[in-house]
Design a protein. Structure first.
Length: 86
């Protein structure tokens, strides 16, 4: 049986991750945000679409703090229906 390569649209994943990283409710803990960062960075790096990130609040971005994991990620793919392999 032939194995097919699975693909997914990267931009919706980046947008979802960014939405989760902006959350301020009680469930959006530092550990939660750290996991989101690890997840989206891995996807972006593995697909060659990583284009950096910015902190949501530059005055609250000390390493390891809640603010450090409150960020916005960027990809270098255009907002199209183009699918990138993951």
């Amino acid at each position: 049986m032939a194995r097919t390569k699975k693909t997914a649209q990267i931009q919706p994943l980046v947008e979802y991750a960014n939405m989760q990283l902006q959350r301020t409710d009680e469930y959006a803990t530092t550990d939660f945000k750290s996991g989101i960062c690890a997840f989206i960075e891995r996807i972006l790096l593995d697909t060659g679409t990583y284009n950096g990130y910015t902190y949501i609040d530059n005055n609250d971005c000390e390493f390891g703090t809640h603010g450090y994991f409150s960020r916005k990620y960027y990809s270098n793919i255009k907002q199209t229906s183009e699918k990138q392999p993951i």
